[in-house]
Structures are given as structure tokens and as C-alpha cells.
Design a protein around this ligand. Sequence first.
Ligand code: PLP
Length: 450
Amino acid sequence: PQPNPQLGAAVKAADRAHVFHSWSAQELIDPPAVAGAEGSYFWDYDGNRYLDFTSGLVFTNIGYQHPKVVAAIQAQAATMTTFAPAFAVEARSEAARLIAERTPGDLDKIFFTNAGADAVEHAVRMARLHTGRTKVLSAYRSYHGGTQQAINLTGDPRRWASDSGSAGVVRFWAPFLYRSRFYAENERQECERALQHLEDTIVFEGPQTVAAIILETIPGTAGIMTPPPGYLAGVREICDRYGIVFILDEVMAGFGRTGKWFAVDHFEGVVPDLMTFAKGVNSGYVPLGGVAISGAVAETFARRPYPGGLTYSGHPLACAAAVATINVMEDEGVVENAARLGADVIGPGLADLAERHPSVGEVRGLGMFWALELVRNRETREPLVPYNATGEANAPMAAFGAAAKKHGLWPFINMNRTHVVPPCTLTEAEAKEGLAALDAALTEADAHVA
Ligand code: PLP
């Protein structure tokens, strides 16, 4: 595409005049103007092209502008752009069928929402009504969305400003060996002690008051910490013992991201009672999320109305995009590609970077879901920037990000980490291109190692 700096300037001027951006001090941001995107790349109006290692906000699991999904959206728009949720609509029925076929165990009913946060809201509402209890346990180092209940459940600084509405939320520490809260020296200890801590929390809160435990199957924005073997099975067992609803949040980890359809598929035998999804369900082409519901919870609302709904629940355009996305992922082996490229190219490539760059404290992840923990000191594990740093204190991470962009890579950065979360359709050549750019950018981070 031809550069068009004039149009870029106009787009930006209107943005600066009228668009109020998420999570930002409006006068302190400088949103880049994007002109277009295709596959794993996007470009601006000045002729700069970037390899997108963020998948947007970890949602373009099949990359940008997949022609089959674009065509399916166009076809749906031509026949039935929209319809009210109380009707049976082909695109909605088919999307629900395709999702239910892939979700584990008896999660066979799908309640559609507009995105991830409202999926979490509804999962919690279902759990409270199903149990008749109110408290919900969630983990520090988590993100569950920006609406009131979802942000209250979130275990990161984005919650702090909204904490006044946190009634009924109790937070606990989930396992994370690299920064263990349990003085654990290995995964087995971390797992046992994290489960004991969770059970102690429940006992001291009063088990009869706890409606649900919500966990990201593999926490995403908080740092991509795959739980140790046995942890999720242990949580399942605790939930069963105390009659607590087990909610897994697969908004970020689902739909191929980890090299399986759902992250929970890595943990044999673990089936939650409710599972939230969004993002990858249709690669974010049209907003869509939902809750997959088990037989037992569905039964609660078999003869008693579920008190919740949305004007756009199961919007036909979004559902048609989901149907096309799931079929593309199946037909083109997208999930398998994520697994293979993660295991054979990205994982080893990141391990190699860690060997050569002293700023890399740990590499962890799987599929197209990786985190590099950047540190000042590998021995002490002191983060490259303090928790929730801004301005000058965050300068080393800002310099890392700027260096990556200079080398044509758009990086995902959260606190002292960079995440490698490209589309699951990434090619081997693109993976290598991205690794080379990271290599160059990490040299910038190395300059801050003590
Ligand atoms: N849950 C998880 C695990 C997420 O990563 C996110 C978003 O990043 C959400 C929920 C919220 O989803 P949304 O932003 O679509 O409301």
C-alpha cells in the first residue's frame, strides 16, 4: 500500500480531538495511526510495516483479514445482518454447536455475550444463583475484564481504582514458581502449598459462603504462568468437596492459543462448571464472547428463568464470524500450527535468546503463548522495572519496546515482561523474523542489568 501521511495526520487529529482511550491519561498518549493489516502484519500511513507479536490484544488468532472469514461476514451481512436474541438463528445455532463440540466434558450449552468481561459477569451470576452463595475467590496476578464485577475479580493494578465495589470478592495466590509466595523450590511443592493455601482461604472464609472460584486456566496478561501438574485437578477436587462452582476463564488462552483448542485440554480430566471465552472465538473480527455451561448449572435454569441477557446475545454477524473462524482453524490446521511452531521454533528460539541475554530471567509458555521475564539481576530476580512502574521508572521497558519497533516488531509489554503472542497462523519465517527483532531489542534491556 502507498504511504499517505496526510490521511494519517487527519486520522490522528480526529482521534486526539474526540476519542477517549482505555486505561489512559488522555493527554499523555500518542496512539499510532494504523492504515491496514493482513495476516501477521499491520502498517501505518508513513510506510512502516510491523510484525504483530501481540495479535492485537491477543485476539487475532487467525491473523488479520482472513479472506474466508471476511467473506463469511460479508455473506451474513447480505442475508441477515442482525436479529433479536429470542429467535433461533442459523449462524447462532451453528456457532453454539461448533463451540460446544470443542469445549471439554459436559459444557454443552453456550450463553453468548459481547466480549470477555460480560462473559465473566454472567458466569459469576450463574454461579451465585446456582449455589445460593455470594463470595467469589479469584487470584492475584489475574485479569478478568473491565466491567464492575470482572474488574473487582481482577488481580492487577487496574482494579485498584474500582475496589469500592469489591464486596464478596476474596483473592488468593495461585501457583507461580519463579516468584513463589510459598517458599517452594520445585513445582510439586508449589502445587501442594498453593492448594493448601486455597483450601485454608476457603475454610477461613466459610465454605458455605463461597459460590465460585475463578481462574484463568493459564493466566495471560499477568504473565503466562502454566500451573504445575495437579494444581487444576486439585482445585476441581476442592470445588467438589465444598460445593463450589469452578469457573475457568479462557478468554485469552482459548481457541488455539496454547496449541490446543482450550488451555484446559492440557490438563487431563479437568472440566470446569463454567468456562468463559471471547477473543479467539472469531479472532476478534466482530465482538463476541460467551459462557460454556455444564449440565448441572444448565439444569438450575431449566425451569427457572435465567435473570440476565443482552440485546446482542449471539449477534448473527459475530456468530457467522465464529463459525467461519472455527472452520478455518480446523481446515487449515491452525491449532496444530500453534503447537508445532511453539514447540519447535519459538520455544527453542526464546531459550536461545535467554542464554545470550542476561536481562532474560525466565522464558515460559507453550504454543503461541510465551512470556519473557526481564530482570535486572538473574540471581535476585529483581524485575527490570518495579511493579506497576510508570514514567522514568519504566524507562528500561520503554526503551526495549522502542528498539523492537525500530526492528519492525510490535511487542506485547506488561510491566517487566514481554509476551510473545503472535497469531496462531504465524509461519516459521515470520517466527524467525520476530525472534531476530527480539534479539536486537533485548540488547537494549541488557544495558540495564546490574
Ligand atoms: N478474561 C481474560 C483472561 C482476559 O484476558 C480478558 C481481556 O484481556 C478479559 C477476560 C476481558 O475481555 P474483554 O476485554 O473482551 O471484555
